[in-house]
Design a binder for this molecule. Structure first.
Ligand code: DHB
Length: 388
């Protein structure tokens, strides 16, 4: 096979990149080891930054973000039994949208396939070579065991945290900057009406909880747990009791729990984001802990930069943007790394925290909610820095 850009991974990054490239007259092939059904049904994040929504609206003016999704003009930070609203439009003139990632994927898959995108499911990349030449290639295997070689002008790793493209660029998949956290999230989906109009990020003596939503009938909630927790070990009654104890001052609307999972936390940035004729985007390039919902939005920011750089490189032979890609992308990546780390450490209870740590943390929360400057920083970062 021969194409201009070989994209490994049909997640939000790979799909949006293929669209932006096609807009610039650049053809691509996307491969993904998963089936379309698997991609469309995996439960992931739920919050889109203003800039992500603006981009999805530019890609498709009829995007379901505006009909199925919900604009949120703020979040609540809750601690010591009291809620404190962060008013996004009032502080920074921007909002976020609650619209689950798998809905973005359904929209983008339908759009790309109807535009004739070469998109192959059930194809597993095994390695990438030749990135230091101008004819890099991706070696892959189809579901039926057939070998596939994709010759390209450029290879993009949009293949998630266990990226196959990453080691071709960084030498070893683990080369990079890491932070592990001593806790995880226990996530549930339940059939119940919303417990609040907006998301509640709650710090309590018992640990953190996040009350989020999916639709008028389905709610998403999380609570801090041990990273080794077994999602099936708790009864529904115990889950509700745990959640309820972590949002003192709010009464949760309970209902049948139909999905549960444990999400481990990690911060990671790959040592290099680009090597020769290959680059990394999204989770292949970096991972953030979920607090603050930066993951998918950061992937979108990466591909906006990369699409422009590839247009210059492949259409005009101008290497300046691709040579600057890693540095330009890193600037936002590290701001998002800081924000995700900060929201995580400000809101969770550290195992082993003593009375000093606890009081200091409440002081930190107060300095944010009682200061317009503090609330403004949170609103700016949460709604997302402007896309390049
Ligand atoms: C959701 C997840 C997040 O990490 C977050 O900060 C907000 C919402 C969610 O899945 O709804």
């Amino acid at each position: 096979l021969r194409t201009q850009v070989a994209i490994v991974g049909a997640g939000p990054a790979g799909l949006i990149l293929s669209h932006l490239l096609a807009d610039a007259g650049i053809e691509s092939i996307i491969i993904d080891q998963r089936s379309r059904e698997e991609i469309e049904s995996t439960i992931r994040a739920g919050i889109l930054e203003q800039g992500t929504v603006d981009l999805l609206s530019a890609i498709d003016p009829h995007t379901r973000v505006h009909t199925v999704g919900h604009r949120h003009d703020g979040i609540e930070l809750r601690f010591q039994g009291e809620g404190h609203r962060i008013d996004f439009p009032g502080l920074v003139g921007r909002s976020v949208w609650l619209y689950p990632q798998h809905e973005v994927l359904k929209d983008m898959l339908a759009l790309r396939l109807s535009a004739g995108q070469d998109l192959r499911f059930g194809v597993t990349a095994s390695s990438v070579d030749g990135i230091d030449t101008d004819r890099p290639r991706v070696l892959a295997t189809t579901e039926t065991g057939e070998q596939l070689v994709i010759d390209a002008d450029f290879v993009v790793g949009a293949d998630g945290s266990r990226s196959v493209v990453r080691p071709a660029i960084t030498g070893d998949a683990r080369n990079g900057y890491f932070r592990e956290y001593p806790f995880a999230w226990f996530g549930i989906l339940c059939e119940a009406p919303p417990s609040a109009d907006e998301l509640i990020y709650s710090n309590s003596e018992n640990g953190f909880a996040l009350i989020s939503q999916r639709s008028p009938e389905v709610q998403r909630m999380y609570f801090q747990c041990d990273p080794d927790a077994d999602p099936n070990a708790m009864s529904e009654a115990e889950i509700w009791e745990t959640l309820q104890a972590r949002v003192p001052g709010t009464t949760l609307q309970e209902g049948p729990i139909f999905q549960r999972d444990v999400l481990r936390f990690r911060s990671f940035v790959a040592q290099e984001l680009r090597g020769g004729r290959a680059a990394l985007v999204g989770d292949a390039a970096h991972t953030v802990p979920p607090t603050g919902a930066k993951g998918m939005n950061l992937a979108v920011a990466d591909v906006v930069l990369l699409a422009r750089a590839l247009d210059d490189l492949l259409t005009r032979g101008d290497e300046r943007l691709i040579d600057g890609y890693a540095e330009t992308a890193s600037s936002r990546i590290w701001k998002a790394q800081h924000f995700s780390w900060w929201m995580t450490s400000m809101l969770h209870v550290q195992p082993g925290a003593d009375a000093f740590d606890r009081r200091r943390q409440l002081g930190e929360l107060r300095s944010v909610v009682e200061s317009e400057a503090g609330r403004t920083y949170l609103a700016e970062a949460y709604t997302g820095w402007p896309l390049a």
